[in-house]
Design a protein. Sequence first.
Length: 154
Amino acid sequence: MSADNHSEKYDSKRNTKGRREVKPYLRHLFFLAFIVFALNKFYLRPWVLERELPKIAVVLVNSLPNLIEAIMATILLLGVTTLLRLRLQQRPVWLKDSTLLLLVSAIVGCYVIAQELNFHRLGGSNVYDPYDVFASLLGLVIINRVINKYGFME
């Protein structure tokens, strides 16, 4: 093969076609979070609520959706805003990845806390529970720590 056939330089931060993409672990984490959410909703939570288990078990199964919502919403909004950023500019240097993550986290944080405090009903009906607020914030902290450690773009 001649050098002409390889006009694009290899870049470890880009896929084989030279485009940046969300790292696969985030797609897997999103899918796993969805599975855990569904299992909790349809199996674990009903099972726990039917039995007289300790209060901590009830709190965990009732607050787990908030933790998962914060994780999934951050991944989803980060993916959408990254796609928009890449589409709007040829060389997206005006908004760093770390700044984008901070912005997305703030938006998701406002959304999940406002939902829990009944400022809006975009996620369905809600009953205020301080454990749910804590779970939402914990989800944001977890996903931010993971993304800061492993990154989100290839």
